[in-house]
Write a new protein. Structure first.
Length: 62
């Protein structure tokens, strides 16, 4: 019983560590992607928001 508990505990620790490393690497890749895509996304959001009359008036001011 002790051996199986130990192996389960080790597996849990390893999987937790693996998931944490995976999450960190994923966050880095997402940051890199968003850093590259921030400008196009902002322009896209701006054009999307300007469909309504209110936003068109607001954009005309600037």
């Amino acid at each position: 019983m002790r051996v199986s508990d130990r192996s389960l505990n080790c597996r849990g620790l390893n999987s937790g560590r693996f998931l944490w490393e995976r999450a960190c690497s994923r966050r880095r890749s997402v940051m890199q992607r968003t850093g590259c895509l921030t400008r196009p996304l902002r322009e896209q959001a701006r054009s999307h928001n300007c469909r309504s009359a209110r936003h068109q008036k607001w954009r005309a001011v600037f």
